[in-house]
Design a protein. Structure first.
Lengths: 272, 586
């Protein structure tokens, strides 16, 4: 069994996350994946934005960069461009990456830059007290949607796929061991990769929407998730309230830092 | 007069904020005055949080540091706050925390171990209800009638149903009886019910929201950011009743742009935010200046730069609010200091924005935004705010228009009569490029000079609406403190104490209207003072710089604070002594 402690800054414990929050499950899954690949701590630069999940970078013993709200991917792009040999992992949330940081998310996927994004999707702004996020389901309640959310929600994974990411997977904290595999593949993949993790926020979402505590929410996640394979045989209507899990995209596309290196070589070549 | 300060402290996630606010209401229903301070760490769970309530039979000027009753839901609470306990005060805690009683007794205070968790459990409640038990115990110890707490429990838990209400009531009553019978005699500070005027409890953000609502605010767009969010949530909650369009945007750039768009077609639009969000809004702030659109940004300050101390307080955005943006355009910046002024400014900001067709920035901070205070009901005059839409053309006016409508007509005072899109006689263009009276892009130098001068002329015109600073205390004093915003309350208490010791020691000049600075009205107030000291929650004495820049008056002495915590009267007096010591030493 993996000794998680070698990757953790224990002096920063206890964690800030609420009882029943799924973020800790994702943290452990990430550490298992990193350990399996056998990356040394110095090879990793972990970048996060602002929000509950983004506080993760405070607890891990990698090179970490806790930045401003929505901008983690833009900072990470700078890190990767300046030090392409580093494994750059972004830890972010649904609000951070797809509301205020939506533009950076789309354009990083378009460039297909070799960054792995672990996106914690809890359908709400937890840290600021339960405001509606771009993935809050239509009709759900939030502190800024007291009469129910009138907006359609994002398909975050679909967005990354359409924008050009090499690898996209969606998992849930209910199936943590499968999550390990997605995260491992995402880190190994050359190109922009996204693992969207469905994770419960009992404090800001579950209570308000009467789903219950963390355990009830994880059960709810289990009941509503279907595999990609199963989903391919289901109608759009049947899929309405479902979370489709699995590897959604795994393809080879030119990667940005590679392209950039080739450009450097070509320009140098023509100058000599 | 009797007064008492209590602190309930524990971990984030133990419901301190709602308990504290609820108890403020209960005290108010018992005829007592309250003044609260909310102190949170930026985390959802864990970490020390506390809620301080000062209560008194008489009106309260400010919160103060000495504590009479400390309710510790964690051992850390005792470690942090024991140093502020007064002799005869008490510390209430659950025996499971294993607090060393001698530490409390060493401070001549009374240890009160109360099995809060057991009391909650025996009444059929959960661990979370330990705070309800704690409040029940407070009532028991201080002779405060429990019925007021029970009535607040009924109101606050109404949505959760009778079962939850009854358990909470039972928990509160049981803790009350337990505390009163075992410890009521030993604790000497009381909070006895007062009969008299009906009052209400309100914080700064609620007052701003109410002022804006009364002034016809019908559009609010925002992105979550503490401590601005609660204005958005308050207006959201009442959106159905008062017909407010509310829009949570994908970021602050979108939030402010939505309000500019809404204002363009006639909405009374407001955007609450904090410094980080305001930074993102700056580009559109310039657009609003260029298009001459009336928007109100409420800038609820917290420490910066960047994320900094996200849940705390500071006053370090003043010069930024006044200067943010490339280029020059008129803007108005105001900063209320009391809850009543928050209400007035909430309404006034919308009026000023439409009157001068330009952005207005209303500045507060976390301390003022979240501090609950009692107000006499007639202190909030719903009739006092009148809606002023400025030079807005009515349909009748527009029917009579002959020829082309000029949205940016050159006028003496810089204000062009404003049509809203949708009338056939006034189809008009607007552009972020420099433009002529018709809103058409024009690069000619002479047009640029005339149009820029027309816009900037509004700053001069607006001086008519800019008030001189308020003065507090006696006309003549040895020391004149100069302040803005939330600092007023603790500073007033500090001034009162100085004057009680030696009469005519101190008075205060408080700035609400900060930009454009009405220099001619300010000079008579500032001049001929014996000694000026600014008191500000920032590192660089920004109000001092602003006054030097606009009036030429250079204030040499400052009492500053930038630790993220609000000023207290004690802090101000202590630092005044330090200034005097420094002065004597040359």
């Amino acid at each position: 069994m993996l000794d998680y402690n070698k990757y953790l800054r224990q002096q920063k414990f206890p964690l800030i996350w609420c009882a029943g929050c799924g973020d800790g499950i994702v943290l452990k899954s990430m550490l298992r994946a990193i350990d399996k690949i056998g990356l040394s701590k110095d090879e990793i630069c972990m970048v996060s934005g602002i929000g509950c999940s983004s506080r993760l970078t405070g607890y891990v013993d990698f090179n970490t960069l806790h930045t401003t709200h929505g901008r983690a991917i833009a900072f990470a792009t700078g890190v990767k461009m300046a030090k392409p040999e580093m494994h750059v992992i972004v830890v972010t949330g649904d609000g951070d990456a797809t509301a205020i940081g939506g533009n950076h998310y789309i354009h990083a996927a378009r460039r297909n830059i070799d960054i792995s994004v672990i996106l914690f999707n809890n359908n709400i702004y937890g840290m600021t007290g339960g405001q509606v996020s771009p993935t809050t389901p239509i009709g759900s309640r939030a502190s800024t949607a007291p009469f129910g959310n009138p907006e359609n929600s994002f398909n975050i994974s679909g967005l990354a796929e359409a924008a050009g990411a090499s690898f996209v997977a969606r998992g849930t904290v209910h199936d943590a061991l499968i999550l390990d595999k997605y995260i491992e593949k995402a880190i190994r993949k050359k190109g922009f990769s996204v693992v969207e993790v469905m994770t419960p926020c009992p404090t800001a979402y579950g209570r308000r929407n009467r789903i219950g505590d963390g355990v009830a929410m994880i059960k709810d996640l289990k009941e509503h998730s279907v595999s990609v394979r199963k989903a391919s045989k289901m109608s759009e209507e049947e899929l309405n309230d479902k979370v489709v899990t699995g590897i959604l995209v795994d393809r080879e596309r030119p990667e940005y830092t590679d392209n950039y290196n080739k450009l450097i070589e070509r320009v140098k070549g023509s100058n000599s | 007069m009797s007064e008492l300060t209590l602190i309930i402290g524990g971990n984030a996630g133990q419901g301190l904020e709602s308990s504290g606010a609820g108890f403020c209401k209960a005290l108010n229903r018992g005829g007592l005055h309250v003044f609260s301070v909310q102190d949170n760490r930026s985390r959802i769970r864990g970490g020390h949080n506390f809620y301080l309530i000062k209560t008194s039979t008489e009106p309260i000027v400010s919160w103060t540091e000495p504590v009479h009753l400390l309710i510790a839901l964690t051992a850390e609470t005792v470690d942090i706050h024991l140093g502020k306990i007064v002799p005869g005060g008490a510390v209430v805690y659950d025996p499971s925390l294993e607090i060393d009683e001698d530490r409390i007794k060493d401070r001549e205070a009374i240890p009160i171990p109360l099995p809060l968790y057991d009391i909650a459990g025996e009444a059929g409640g959960s661990k979370m209800m330990a705070n309800t038990a704690a409040l029940g115990a407070v009532a028991g110890l201080t002779n405060f009638p429990i019925k007021h707490l029970l009535s607040v429990i009924e109101d606050n838990f109404r949505k959760k149903g009778d079962k939850v209400i009854n358990i909470n009531k039972k928990v509160a009553e049981s803790a009350h009886d337990h505390a009163a019978s075992k410890f009521g005699d030993s604790f000497k500070f009381n909070m006895e019910q007062q009969n008299g005027a009906q009052r209400m409890v309100m914080n700064g953000n609620e007052a701003i929201s109410l002022g804006a609502l009364v002034a016809g605010c019908n559009f609010v767009s925002a992105y979550p950011m503490t401590p601005g969010s609660s204005i958005f949530e308050w207006l959201n909650k009442h959106a159905d009743e008062y017909g407010i369009v509310s829009k949570q945007a994908e970021d602050e750039i979108a939030a402010v742009c939505m309000s500019v768009g809404a204002a363009h077609v006639g909405a009374r639009a407001l955007v609450p935010t904090s410094g980080g969000g305001f930074s993102l809004m700056v580009e559109a702030l310039g657009l609003a200046g260029m298009l001459e659109e009336p928007i109100v940004i409420v800038l609820a300050q917290r420490p910066g730069p960047s994320t900094s101390l996200a849940t705390r307080t500071e006053q370090a955005d003043l010069l930024y609010a006044i200067n943010a943006s490339q280029g020059e355009f008129p803007r108005i910046v105001i900063a209320p200091g009391t809850i009543e002024e928050c209400y007035e400014c909430g309404g006034r900001a919308l009026n000023l924005a439409e009157k001068y067709q330009t952005p207005v920035i209303l500045m507060t901070d976390q301390f003022l935004a979240t501090s609950n205070r009692t107000l006499d009901k007639n202190n909030i005059d719903l009739g006092a705010i009148k809606i002023d839409r400025g030079a807005l053309l009515t349909d009748d006016d527009l029917d009579k228009i002959d020829g082309e409508y000029k949205r940016y007509k050159f006028t003496e005072n810089g204000i062009s009569p404003r049509a809203l899109p949708g009338h056939q006689n006034a189809i008009f263009k607007t552009t972020s490029d420099e433009h002529n009276e018709l809103g058409e892009i024009v690069e000619a130098a002479d047009n640029r000079i005339r149009m820029n001068t027309k816009r900037m002329k509004k700053l001069e015109t607006a001086l008519a609406d800019m008030n001189p600073p308020k003065t507090h205390g006696l006309e003549d004093a040895d020391i004149t403190f100069v302040c803005w915003g939330s600092t007023l309350a603790p500073l007033t208490e500090a001034m009162n104490r100085l004057n009680n010791e030696t009469s005519n020691t101190a008075n205060i000049i408080q700035f609400i209207d900060l930009f454009p600075m009405p220099v001619e009205k300010v000079m008579p107030v500032l001049k001929n003072r014996k000694r000026l000291i600014t008191v500000e929650g920032n590192y660089t004495a920004q109000l001092g710089s602003l006054l030097q820049m606009t009036t030429g008056v250079k204030i040499e002495e400052h009492i500053l604070k930038f630790d993220g915590r609000p000023f207290s009267p004690e802090y101000i007096l202590e630092h005044l002594k330090k200034l005097e010591k420094r002065g004597r030493n040359g």
